[in-house]
Design a protein around this ligand. Structure first.
Ligand code: ATP
Length: 351
């Protein structure tokens, strides 16, 4: 209890903090929630530690485990509604809309889009999230995930490479090439995301690295499809095929109204982030860039992941909304946003 009180005091003292945690964890709610525990043993302190220690957090709260979304719903629901801009938590049942994906390459000339990537997160429903799991849990989860992955066939057939024992050079190269994660996000670190690093973590990928799975990074699983250029249709359909196959092999955490559950509430619902790395030096230099993206429900990031800077006018543009819409709608929102970005960049370049 001393822990949660100290964290609360820190949050209260952070005058410039603009996180959703600070906005929605009222003194009343704090009093109501501070002594509760989930069935995985998770506490409010486990959820808010990162946001209290990093007052510059945008969201500031993680779920300690799948049950945290129920036990700490009074604060998490408010944060979720605010982040995803929804009034109600009535996420629809999954709908990938495979038969409706007929659009052509988003950048047939290949001049602007460097690469396209779509990812989803999935959580084992019988394990907690990083703040409440042990080293043994991580190893067990790795085992069941890898066993399921090893049954994939055809274009999804690949090999699992554990982080333990992987040389620093190989790790760096894979990370620089945008395939692998690292342990450098201070928000995730404060949320126990890197405890027992690198035990239980690894990457599965096909020989061509077009389908990859991150094991025990931020989420228990991240399924990723990516390739050079702007063929979003090919990238998305490959991912859907992988999701449908993995669903049959593992049991994932879901909640009515919230969709698939992930460690960070910003990811739940579809858990889908579809992005392009795209050269937009002109548009990005305009003062209205952020507003332009906001209006289209898209988000711009640097090209080495969230909280990084752009390099040479190349930005990561992705759908911002993941909850309250279907996977198909999330993909269409990203596609329409990217098309608008391309049009604007061309206009500004006089093309
Ligand atoms: N369209 C893309 N093409 C190539 N690499 C990409 C693309 N989008 C993202 N990446 C790479 O994927 C890695 C992970 O990025 P990042 O952490 O921003 O997103 P994420 O995996 O979707 O997770 P989160 O949103 O939780 O941070 C980074 O190396 C990033 O450069």
């Amino acid at each position: 209890m001393a822990d949660v009180e100290a964290l609360w005091k820190k949050l209260q003292g952070a005058a410039n903090c603009k996180s959703l945690l600070k906005k929605h964890l009222t003194p009343d709610l704090f009093t109501k929630l501070k002594g509760l525990k989930t069935k995985f043993g998770g506490t409010l302190a486990d959820c808010i530690r990162s946001g209290c220690e990093n007052p510059d957090s945008g969201v500031g709260i993680y779920a300690c485990d799948p049950d945290g979304y129920t036990v700490f719903a009074p604060v998490l629901d408010a944060v979720i509604k605010d982040y995803h801009k929804v009034d109600k938590l009535n996420h629809p049942t999954p709908n990938f809309g495979k038969e409706k994906i007929t659009f052509p390459n988003l950048d047939p000339s290949g001049e602007m889009i460097v690469s396209t990537r779509v990812r989803v997160g999935r959580s084992h429903d019988s394990y907690g999230f990083p703040p409440v799991i042990t080293k043994e849990d991580r190893v067990n989860m790795e085992k069941i995930t890898v066993a399921a992955l090893s049954t994939l066939e055809g274009p999804l057939k690949g090999t699992y490479y554990p982080l333990t024992g992987m040389s620093k050079e190989v790790q760096k190269q894979l990370t620089d090439d945008h395939f692998l994660f690292n342990d450098s996000d201070r928000f995730l670190k404060a949320a126990s995301g890197y405890d027992d690093w690198p035990t239980g973590r690894g990457i599965f990928h096909t020989p061509d690295k077009k389908f990859l799975v991150w094991v025990n990074e931020e989420d228990h699983l991240r399924l990723i499809s990516m390739q050079q250029g702007g063929d979003l249709k090919e990238v998305y359909l490959r991912l859907v095929s992988a999701i449908e196959t993995m669903e049959k092999k593992l049991s994932f955490a879901k909640r009515d109204g919230l969709g698939y559950l992930t460690f960070c509430p910003s990811n739940l619902g579809t858990t889908l982030r579809a992005s392009v790395h795209i050269k937009i030096p002109k548009l990005a230099a305009t003062p209205e860039f952020k507003e332009f993206c906001d209006k289209l429900n898209i988000q711009a990031r640097g090209i080495h992941g969230e909280h990084t800077e752009s390099v040479g006018g190349v930005y990561d543009i992705s759908n911002k909304r993941r909850l309250g819409l279907s996977e198909f709608d999330a993909i269409m929102e990203m596609k329409n946003g990217v098309e608008a970005v391309i049009k604007k960049e061309k206009e500004l370049s006089g093309k």
